[in-house]
Design a binder for this molecule. Structure first.
Ligand code: TNX
Length: 794
């Protein structure tokens, strides 16, 4: 192996060769800031001294304010849990205007109307702490800040009396930018136990987020007990266990099979969670999906569909969403109103989410009841029928004093009069709704979908697709420039969504949520002008420590080294830049395939490679690997930089390095979006390469990707041919794929032919695209993709 490697220079790397490394040479990140509050407050001023927690401290609250008293009780119980310091609460009549006394933490009702319902000011000194807020929500947020002023060990919850529990003296002014700072957890696609739901709500509170959007129903499971309709959970909460299969390759329930996988929350459990959320100042917005995403309900009560069923609860992906509630039948509304009545009794929050997304209206077109309804109501089409559906539900909710929110599809066919919109397919829906005077929560897939990959997919557990790094979440601006100041008032805030098709358990839900939750929290809370990626990064180093202490399974993807290799055609040399998304003190690497460690070469400048080699790199903090070791392989071969002539052009969407993408020495990974794959839509790959002179050949290889979820199939055959003049080609061999198109996993495969010393100047590769997605495929008849990289001529 080693003889293959030629490291091209770089003084900086040489200086840092292992023998020269001295510990004191290891650069360190600047010391983490002493005060690291996430999300960032409006202002933080460090004052001299520290306040030390002790058992003598009294937490003083105004008399006759039970809600503030509960926050104080919560505060001291958390402190006791995290620090073993037991403090006491005393109620004092605020009229007495007790002065800041020594060894007190005082909760004062603020007289400043500018503080808002959730804002607070905090003044900590060596002797006492004073918090001012309008009410419990502000005090609660102040308490979260006090926790962050303590050493991160506090978050372990394992009382450790040995530490000095100090709080730096400071003055902090703080209030949120937006009123709605939420997160959705989908408990239908996978079920999460009540204990985790409470933990999750705690995570929101820790980040000063105030809304938990509980996605309780969907095709793959109904999760809330409804007394009047017991089959919703007897039948709808359970599906056959196909967890060993890919989400989109799960066979429906067969005759005679029992559904054993799932779960639901009893009404008592829901009440327990609601009370817990209340104690953490978090509002729960339950979602009961309609008119679509409701197969679990229809499997239980098929009479509310157009066709009458029967249906089973699907154990995996369903697309399109055709089996939906029938708005032609009166009894459908009676059913939904009964269900909602029980939901309203469980959830005291004002806002109820009714879904409304992704309804395929094909069945409504065929259904005589639906058509009769369209006629009777004078509706124009099925879009208006959906709008009729939502408006009726809204009327019901409004009559009970509640407000409706739905996904942006509820705009189609006309928005219900008082509805709020959750804008997920970009921000356009939100903009349109705000312009019509409706309230909006921004949650576009581009910045808010935590089911997307947060790092290079090759190093991540399988996700639904997409790519949403921490820095991209952090960049999000919820108020579109297209809105006037008045219209902008309708932007209530921002929300991140964790859909769980690919999130099978709680620990994985944490992995997908952390650390991106910190970024979305700051987007929702902090003043726009104070949002600063570097400042956030510095504070995140402390936040990560808190996560570690709390035992949270957070992702370290931001510390994985990204490599951006680039081939220089002239020198046939690849230049590789190494970087991490979050600042790291040092990147160390190897180029001989050996795992780099804390003593490996220190990266300072781009590396240059000329021969086949594998660069591996990792980010290190004080000798410890921060993320994972990542790698890039460079294959030197005879076609390097010799742009192929393509009979059918590659798609603009998947250019994979452009002209020389197929011959740049860099191999595509299992991710079709890694920028290295060249995509051909329905077309074949027919490439001719001119080597420039007659060349002795050993082997020709072409690599392909297979990912049927993304409509990418291996070629059916690959034909290799050579020529001396570029006109007359002699076929050497046609290699057939030995992988079934149905193969459900993502795979990369090389198709090769040995040429054993033949001479030629031109090489032709013809890979046949399967053409259309086969009839068993979820997108049967759609154009299939052929993804190629790399053509290697040796
Ligand atoms: C779209 S967001 C959906 C969900 C899926 C999600 C996966 C929305 C309103 N509908 O049903 O889980 O994409 O990313």
């Amino acid at each position: 192996m080693k003889k293959n490697i030629l490291l091209v220079f770089l003084a900086a790397s040489l200086v840092s060769m292992p023998a020269c490394v001295k510990v004191k040479m290891i650069p360190k990140l600047e010391k983490p800031p002493e005060i690291s509050i996430v999300p960032r407050p409006q202002s933080v001023e460090r004052l001299p001294g520290v306040f030390t927690l002790s058992t003598e401290i009294r937490v003083i609250v105004p008399t006759g304010k039970p809600e503030i008293r509960s926050v104080a009780d919560y505060f001291i119980s958390q402190i006791a849990e995290g620090t073993a310091v037991g403090m006491s609460v005393v109620e004092i009549d605020p009229a007495l205007k007790a002065d800041l006394q020594s060894k007190t933490i005082t909760f004062n009702i603020s007289e400043d109307p500018g503080v808002g319902t959730e804002g607070y000011t905090l003044l900590s000194g060596p002797d006492a702490i004073r918090v001012e807020a309008a009410g419990p929500r502000g005090f609660f947020n102040a308490v979260q800040t006090i926790f962050e002023l303590l050493p991160p060990e506090f978050y372990s919850g394992k009382a450790n009396a040995a530490l000095p529990w100090t709080i730096p003296a400071a003055k902090i002014n703080d209030a949120p930018r937006y009123a709605w700072r939420g997160m959705l957890l989908d408990v239908s696609r996978h079920f999460f136990p009540k204990e985790f739901i409470k933990k999750f709500i705690g995570y929101l509170a820790m980040h000063k987020m105030n809304t938990f959007h509980w996605h309780l129903t969907d095709d793959q499971g109904w999760r809330v007990e409804i007394k009047k309709y017991p089959r919703l959970t007897e039948v709808g909460a359970w599906r056959v266990d196909r967890e060993d299969k890919h989400w989109n390759a799960r066979e429906p329930q067969k005759e005679g099979e029992t559904a054993t996988y799932g779960g639901f929350y009893t009404q008592d459990e829901i009440r327990e969670v609601v009370a817990y959320a209340k104690s953490l100042q978090v509002t729960i917005v339950p979602e009961i999906e309609l008119p679509g995403h409701c197969l679990a309900a229809l499997a239980s009560y098929p009479e509310y569909s157009c066709s009458g069923g029967p249906f089973t609860v699907p154990p995996g992906g369903v697309w399109p969403i055709t089996n939906v509630y029938c708005p032609g039948k009166e009894k459908t509304f009676a059913f939904l109103e009964d269900v909602l009545a029980e939901v309203l009794a469980l959830f005291p929050g004002e806002v109820i989410h009714i879904g409304g997304d992704e309804v395929d209206k094909a069945n409504w077109k065929k259904c005589p009841d639906c058509q009769a309804r369209i006629k009777a109501e004078g509706l124009k089409n099925e879009d208006e029928l959906q709008s009729y559906f939502v408006k009726r539900i809204e009327k019901f909710l409004n009559a009970k004093g509640r407000k409706l929110v739905g996904w942006d599809e509820i705009l189609e066919g006309g928005l219900a009069p008082n509805a709020a919109v959750m804008s997920w397919r970009g921000t356009e829906g939100g903009i349109a709704a705000a312009k019509e005077g409706h309230n909006v929560v921004m949650t576009p897939t581009s910045h808010c979908y935590f089911d997307y990959y947060q790092g290079q997919p090759a190093y991540e557990p399988p996700a639904i697709g997409g790519f949403l790094q921490l820095s991209k979440v952090y960049e999000f601006e919820p108020t579109p420039a297209a809105l006037s100041p008045d219209e902008a008032k309708h932007i209530l805030g921002v929300q991140a969504n964790l859909w769980t098709e690919y999130v099978p358990n709680s620990s994985h839900a944490e992995y997908m949520t952390f650390p991106r939750i910190a970024a979305i929290a700051e987007v929702g809370w902090s003043p726009k002008e104070l949002r600063d990626w570097d400042d956030f990064g510095a504070r995140m180093n402390v936040q990560f420590e808190r996560y570690r202490m709390a035992g949270i399974n957070y992702a370290k993807s931001s510390f994985n080294v990204r490599m951006s290799p680039e081939l220089d055609r002239q020198t046939r040399t690849v230049k590789v830049k190494l970087e991490t998304e979050m600042k790291t003190p040092e990147i160390r690497y190897s180029f001989d395939g050996v795992e780099p460690g804390p003593m490996s070469m220190l990266y300072a400048q781009p590396i240059f490679l000329k021969k086949t080699s594998t660069v591996k790199a990792g980010a290190f903090f004080e000798g410890e690997l921060a993320g994972r070791i990542t790698e890039t392989r460079f294959v030197a071969h005879k076609a390097l930089g010799k742009a192929p002539r393509l009979t059918y052009p590659f798609s603009n969407r998947y250019k994979g390095g452009g002209d020389i993408g197929l011959v740049n020495g860099l191999r595509g990974s299992k991710s079709h979006t890694d920028g290295l794959w060249q995509g051909f839509e329905k077309d074949d790959l027919l490439a001719e390469i001119d080597l420039g002179k007659t060349t002795k050949l050993k082997e020709i290889t072409a690599g392909f990707l297979h990912n049927i979820d993304s409509w990418i199939f291996f070629p059916t055959t690959v034909e290799f041919a050579v020529s001396g003049d570029g006109h007359d080609f002699r076929s050497i061999s046609t290699v057939k794929s030995d992988v079934s198109p149905k193969f459900a996993d993502v795979a990369v495969k090389d198709f090769s032919v040995k040429v054993s010393g033949k001479k030629a100047r031109f090489v032709r590769i013809h890979a046949k695209n399967i053409g259309l997605c086969p009839d068993w495929h979820s997108s049967a008849g759609g154009k299939a993709w052929l993804f190629a990289d790399e053509i290697i001529i040796e």
